[in-house]
Each structure stands twice: as C-alpha cells, then as structure tokens.
Design a binder for this molecule. Structure first.
Ligand code: SAH
Ligand code: SF4
Ligand code: F3S
Length: 460
C-alpha cells in the first residue's frame, strides 16, 4: 500500500508554497495525501517564527504527537521551515520532542526524500540545515491547492533587515529568479487552467536588482500581463520605500494586475519607523497612497501594523492612530510586537509591557474596524467581478470568492461555479466580508441552487 503524508503549514504564503513543493516531492516519491493526521505515515510541520505565538503553537502541536508516535512507532514526524533555521533550534526541538525523526530547513526542501530514506535505513533521527544557499533550484514538482490560482516565487529571502524582523535570518539573502523561468512557469500554469497568479517575494519591489542584466519588477509585470489566458496578477509583499511612482504608473496601465495594494506601514511615528529601519516617513507613505489613489481611485489599500515596538510612547502610538484615520485603509493586519532573539530590536531598552501592547492593539483595531466597515458599506449595490474560490467555511451552501481589490465576497451558488468569474451585486456589506448575490456569469441554472447538498466538497 502507498504511504501517506499530512503537512501542517504555519506562516505566510512563502511557507504555503514550500508545502506545495514538499507535497510535490512526496507524491513523486510515491506518497499520497492522507485524509487525516492520524492516518498519515509521515506528518510534516512546516513552521513559522515571525512571532513567538506561531512558534509556540507549532512546538505544542509537535509535542502532542508523542502519544500518536507511541501508538504507531513507524510514524515518521518531520519539522521544517523558518523556525528550524534559528540558532540552536534543531537541538531545542530534539530535546523537547525526541519523537521527531526529521529536521530540515528552508534552503534544502528537495533533500526531504534523501532524509526520509536515511531515517528508514539508519533508524536514527536526521537533522540537515543549510545556513543559506546561492543557487535557486528550478523545476521542483508542486501539488497546488487550487487548479485555478497559483503561488509563484519571484524572489527568495530578504535583505532589508527591519530591526524587529527575523525573516532575513531564516530565509537568507535576497535572490531573484530569472524572468524567463518565471514566465515559463506561469505560461505552463495557464495552459493547465490557472487564471490568477500571486507573485511572491518578501519585497517584490526589489525584484531583479541582482540579476545580470538587471530586470525590474515593473518589466516583469508587463511581461506577465502579456501571457494569453491569464486573468489576474497579484503580488506580495511590497515595501513602501521601494514602491516608486514609475511602478504605480505601470500598474495603472496593466489590465490584469489587480488594483489592490498591500503596503505594510508598521507604524505612523517617524521616530519608530526610523528605529525599525524602514527607510520611509509617514509623509513619504502618505504621498505614495495619494499617488495610487490619484491614478486608481477604485484601488484598495491594505496594510500591516505593529504596536508596542520597543520605546513606543503614547505619543508615537497616537501618531499611528492619526495616520490610520487619515489614510483610511480597506483593512489592516495588526500585530503585537514580538521580541525575536537575534534581531537588533530585541536588544533595545524600553520593551513595552504586554498589558500596554494589548490595550494599544484593541484601540487600533477598533478604529480600523470602523473604517473597514464604512468603506465596505459604500460598496452596497455595486456589482463586482469575483473569482469564485470555494465553499465558505461556515455554510456549505455559500460560495466564497475574491474581488479584484482582494475583498472576500460570499453568496449562494452551486459548486460548479468554483474557479469561474461571476458578477455579484453587493447586498450586505460587513467589516470583514461582503455578502451579495450573483447577477451574471455561469448561467442561470448554475446559481439558483440553495440546497446545501449541491455544494458539498471535501476540505482538507
Ligand atoms: N516581507 C513582508 C512580510 C513580513 S512578515 C513585509 O515586509 O511586509 C509580515 C508582517 O509581520 C510584517 O509586515 C510585520 O507587520 C509583522 N512582523 C514581522 N516581525 C514582527 C515581530 N517581531 N513582531 C510583530 N510583528 C512582526
Ligand atoms: Fe521582515 Fe522587513 Fe524583510 Fe519584510 S522587509 S521580511 S518586515 S526584514
Ligand atoms: Fe513566517 Fe517564515 Fe513566512 S517566519 S511569515 S513563514 S517567511
């Protein structure tokens, strides 16, 4: 019988995509996806360490598998991803969870198969971490979650070293893929039915800097936009410092590039931004937003914000609130600053007590939620094009899709609409989602069904 695997992924899309590659490698080796964790022969944790919380969650879930391993001694347990790349972490995992058989990092995914073979052969745990790597391995197999939407790496690693952030230490130096490799991959994906691509990099705006000859992100977008049959292009993440007016101009003219700008602001205080090493001021950021809105008034703008960076005073925090009120983001991911050992900010004096950080987060979220709700309410009655992505987590008769502006839209419909574009009229906007009804697309008989049984597919 074929062996089965189950991968648990933490963290960002970079990790999600790595998990797709790990799945691809395992399937090539003859493994099959397990239907549940306790049925799997191999359980793999692809971890994140951007905040302490993500790390603790992974460590506790890994710890919990001790019982299962006792019941099933042949079960193989692996831990990989960003958390593992931290100093002394493999030893820490080995100590805390001796039932782990396999540990490898972010720079040697493709070694998973050899490592599995070594565990089987030697009956000993295997640990294999590379500090970084210069080359990019192309053409690894991938099992993609959705047939119509694909993650595509354009850069690996990060050279920005924002003072709070661990990513540059666990993902290595920035490397760009050759444009022809990216374009070839996307063309192939489109031939296979993909309609939307999400171009991935920790700072997509610096794509191509180190290529010989250099190639800019704007040029890449123009080339991707030319691919016949592709409908939507997204990219993540942009660094406000590197988002130049020329790029805004280019994006405004490319029909397939979604008019959604995720621009992590992090803080509204210039003093804190300087201490974070972000390389822009609140005023620079505001100019960027104004320019985007001038050329694309319908664009959505979202952000990431951190509260409680070391030394953040009430005054600094007030600057963040004021800028958030002024800029009116469609939505924001808000985080409590988490001390990451090895980063410069971890050594700064004046770490903020947790109760203050929590109170600031609450206050910030309240303001942002109000703004998100107001913006969404202004969309009532609008007809918006949606790519239908799947069935809503809560109700099986409800479908879920994304607008060009990356808003989640829920509506009643049959599952054969999944992967298609439909026009939806927004009837009930809320803070986080928009509810609506299909007006065109897919044919009438395809969206009148409201029977929950019509729309049940299995979700992993
Ligand atoms: N490269 C991307 C993503 C980085 S991680 C970028 O630059 O935007 C995603 C978000 O996590 C960051 O934008 C930041 O808001 C948050 N983050 C990173 N390190 C953090 C830390 N130590 N504590 C709290 N939030 C953090
Ligand atoms: Fe971290 Fe800054 Fe790099 Fe983003 S740009 S991954 S926040 S160091
Ligand atoms: Fe986490 Fe690594 Fe992404 S630390 S946020 S999974 S790059």
């Amino acid at each position: 019988m074929e062996k089965t695997y189950f991968i648990i992924t933490f963290g960002c899309q970079a990790n999600e995509h790595d998990s797709e590659i790990l799945a691809g490698l395992l399937v090539k080796k003859g493994y099959q996806a397990a239907t549940s964790i306790d049925k799997a022969d191999l359980i793999l944790f692809n971890t994140c360490c951007v905040r302490k919380k993500a790390e603790n969650k992974a460590l506790s879930q890994i710890g919990e598998l001790k019982k299962l391993k006792k019941q099933k001694p042949d079960l193989m347990i692996g831990v990989c991803g960003c958390m593992v790349q931290q100093k002394n972490m493999p030893q820490k995992i080995r100590q805390r969870a001796p039932h782990v058989d396999l540990i490898f990092g972010t720079h040697n995914l493709e070694q998973i198969i050899t490592l599995i073979d070594q565990v089987l052969k030697t009956k000993e745990p295997q640990v294999q971490i590379l500090p970084d790597r210069k080359i990019i391995v192309e053409n690894l197999p991938k099992i993609r979650e959705k047939p119509f939407k694909a993650l595509v790496n354009i850069t690996y690693g990060c050279d920005n070293f924002c003072t709070y952030c661990i990513v540059p230490y666990v993902r290595g130096r920035e490397k760009s893929r050759q444009p022809e490799n990216i374009l070839k991959e996307i063309s192939q994906l489109v031939d296979d039915g993909v309609k939307e691509v999400l171009l991935l990099g920790q700072n997509v705006n610096s794509y191509g800097r180190t290529l010989i000859p250099p190639f800019s992100f704007g040029e890449l977008l123009k080339k991707v936009n030319e691919i016949q049959g592709l409908k939507r292009i997204r990219y993540l993440t942009s660094h406000p410092r590197d988002f130049k007016p020329e790029l805004i101009q280019i994006i405004s003219q490319l029909d397939k590039v979604c008019k959604h700008f995720h621009l992590p602001l992090q803080s509204g205080s210039n003093r804190i931004l300087r201490k974070m090493g972000r390389g822009y001021t609140g005023e620079d950021y505001q100019k960027l937003v104004q320019e985007i809105r001038r050329l694309m008034p319908q664009a959505s703008i979202t952000t990431d914000l951190i509260v409680g960076f070391p030394g953040e005073s009430d005054e600094d925090f007030k600057d963040t609130l004021e800028l958030v009120e002024k800029l009116r983001f469609d939505s924001a991911f808000t985080f409590i600053y988490s001390t990451r050992s090895g980063t410069p900010a971890a050594k700064l004096p004046d770490q903020i007590p947790l109760n203050i950080k929590k109170a600031r987060l609450q206050e910030l979220m309240l303001i942002q939620n109000k703004i998100s709700k107001e913006i969404n309410e202004s969309l009532k009655g609008h007809i918006i094009e949606i790519l239908v992505e799947g069935i809503s987590k809560k109700e099986t008769s409800v479908l879920e899709g994304k607008s060009e502006t990356n808003k989640t839209v829920l509506f009643i419909g049959k599952k054969n609409l999944i992967g298609k574009f439909v026009q939806v009229e927004i009837t009930e906007p809320q803070t986080w989602i928009l509810k609506g009804k299909v007006v065109t697309g897919g044919g009438k008989e395809e969206y009148v069904g409201t029977n929950p049984n019509d729309a049940t597919i299995s979700r992993n």
